[in-house]
Design a protein around this ligand. Structure first.
Ligand code: MN
Length: 255
């Protein structure tokens, strides 16, 4: 754990990302923070970060979190980030590490649901509760021993536990805006003066029905939330991954 890898990958005179304090923050008695950053880099992903021992433990979740306990989301462990990173929203310049638009998609606090977090991380099974603007309830991160391309200890799965916060609602579609600025990805890109290419990528990362925000100077807090997907179309979209997982399981059992 530490910020060596994080710093090695970045040029802080070029990117607006924080370098992080020289001395990591002391373990604090206040609540542990949690943040998810939607990041349109080489590919779109959601960076899932949990504060632990003065840094943000980080996983890149390509499809973003799912509230459906039947859906397991790939979460690739990446380098620890500084605590200051939790408030970073903007554009990492072209050509820099992780170049592209970053949105604070969700944030809040988290509570371990294991007695010993370090032991749980070591073992590869961390249970916790999220108290975020969007994500709530009980979750688990489980390290897998995958084969092939994703072999090794960097591959984890992010899974929602069954509780009152479980749902088939896809929040990446129904609640696509920044929790801190209410902006879309395109709005963030435009405000930061992104390149035309980065702006196009940011735009494509917003759901088709997301409201246009940004360079109008309009109070971002007054941008209306996107119209929610109709129940019929939502259940059609949402039932697909669940069915796919069910059929995969069935095949494994019969094999
Ligand atoms: Mn990222």
């Amino acid at each position: 754990m530490g910020l060596t890898e994080y710093r090695k990958k970045r040029r802080f005179d070029v990117t607006a990302e924080p370098a992080g304090a020289k001395k990591p923050a002391r373990a604090r008695t206040k609540k542990l923070s949690y943040v998810i950053q939607k990041h349109r880099a080489t590919a779109l992903h959601y960076d899932f970060r949990l504060e632990w021992k003065g840094v943000l433990l980080s996983w890149a979740v390509p499809k973003g979190p799912s509230l459906d306990p039947a859906v397991k989301r790939l979460a690739m462990a990446v380098e620890d980030h500084p605590l200051e990173y939790a408030t970073f929203e903007g554009v990492i310049p072209e050509g820099e590490y992780g170049g592209g638009t970053v949105m604070v998609w969700d944030r809040g606090t988290w509570t371990p649901e294991v007695a010993d977090v370090d032991a749980a991380l070591q073992k590869g099974e961390v249970k916790f509760a999220l108290h975020g603007g969007k994500l709530k309830g009980s979750w688990v991160l489980v390290r897998t021993r995958g084969a092939g391309k994703w072999a090794g200890d960097r591959k984890w799965l992010l899974i929602k536990h069954r509780d009152a916060a479980a749902s088939t609602d896809d929040l990446t579609v129904s609640r696509p805006l920044s929790v801190v600025s209410r902006r879309t990805m395109a709005g963030i890109a435009r405000a930061a003066g992104a390149s035309a290419r980065q702006l196009a990528l940011a735009q494509a990362a917003d759901p088709p029905r997301a409201p246009a925000t940004a360079s109008t100077g309009r109070d971002p807090a007054r941008v209306p939330a996107p119209a929610s997907t109709g129940e019929a179309s939502r259940s059609t979209i949402e039932s697909r991954p669940a069915r796919r997982i069910a059929s995969t399981r069935a095949k494994k059992r019969s094999a």
